[in-house]
Design a protein around this ligand. Structure first.
Ligand code: ADP
Ligand code: ADP
Length: 216
């Protein structure tokens, strides 16, 4: 699904965030990206999303080189990816179901078409009953599940998560990781960036460890 070939990224001002990264995330896999804060995890995810551009190397998404895409091609790429954030990023004035339907509305779908799909996505994360609540009435763990529902509502091939349990305690974190496994079982390739090794170590699947911009 994703292949990096000798990828490097330096930010304006010269700060090197990634150096000589080569990795392969197979279709259907459940991958982890670990490393301390500042190791380059967010940068690596942003390169996959086309939110940052690599300075060197090649990145392949389903066999397509995504290192030098036009903005139209980048928007097409992003429709195939769902992104989960540490801080949920729900719009506070919109009911849960409308938050979840946003990616579909932005892609041009009518509200009438989008709502049943958003309800189905909420069902997947066990929150259908909360559809008409505003985000403020939900706990942190519930808001994170809403963020996941929003990330999968457009049926992406790839689900990326950047420290998805960074604001949650251990039990809730485990629930969220189990939810990612359920999404993976549906056929979605998953890549989770986390510094929480307790959650990762029990998993034998693909694990990439970043140390100061290098893959160990
Ligand atoms: P992580 O997600 O593992 O915490 P990041 O990818 O956020 O790591 O950061 C990697 C390095 O790049 C850090 O040194 C960080 O300060 C730097 N960095 C990240 N984003 C930017 C940016 N927009 N401009 C300059 N430096 C950045
Ligand atoms: P995260 O956990 O998402 O990496 P950060 O606090 O590291 O959160 O970064 C927040 C935002 O600031 C990100 O968009 C990141 O790219 C940017 N950023 C991080 N480090 C730097 C930096 N040294 N200079 C400029 N922007 C940075």
């Amino acid at each position: 699904m994703i292949r990096f070939e000798n990828v490097s990224k330096a930010y304006l001002g010269g700060k090197t965030a990634l150096q000589g990264i080569s990795l392969h995330l197979p279709v259907g896999s459940m991958g982890y990206l670990t490393g301390h804060s500042g190791a380059g995890k967010s940068t690596l995810l942003k390169l996959i999303m086309g939110m940052e551009k690599a300075n060197g190397g090649r990145i392949w998404f389903n066999g397509h080189d995504i290192t030098r895409l036009s903005s139209i091609e980048i928007s097409f790429l992003r429709r195939q990816i769902g992104m989960v954030h540490q801080d949920y990023r729900l719009l506070p004035h919109l009911p849960i179901v409308e938050n979840v339907s946003l990616p579909l509305i932005i892609a041009g779908m009518s509200m009438k078409e989008a709502l049943p799909r958003a309800l189905a996505a909420l069902d997947r994360v066990g929150l259908r009953d909360y559809a008409n609540h505003l985000p403020v009435y939900l706990s942190g763990g519930e808001q994170q599940r809403v963020d996941i529902a929003r990330a999968i509502v457009h049926k992406p091939q790839l689900l990326l998560a950047d420290e998805p349990t960074g604001n949650l305690d251990n039990d809730l974190s485990r629930d969220i990781f189990n939810l990612f496994k359920e999404m993976n079982a549906l056929g979605i390739t998953v890549l989770i960036a986390t510094h929480d090794l307790n959650l990762v170590q029990q998993e034998p699947s693909t694990c990439f460890v970043l140390e100061q911009g290098h893959l160990r």
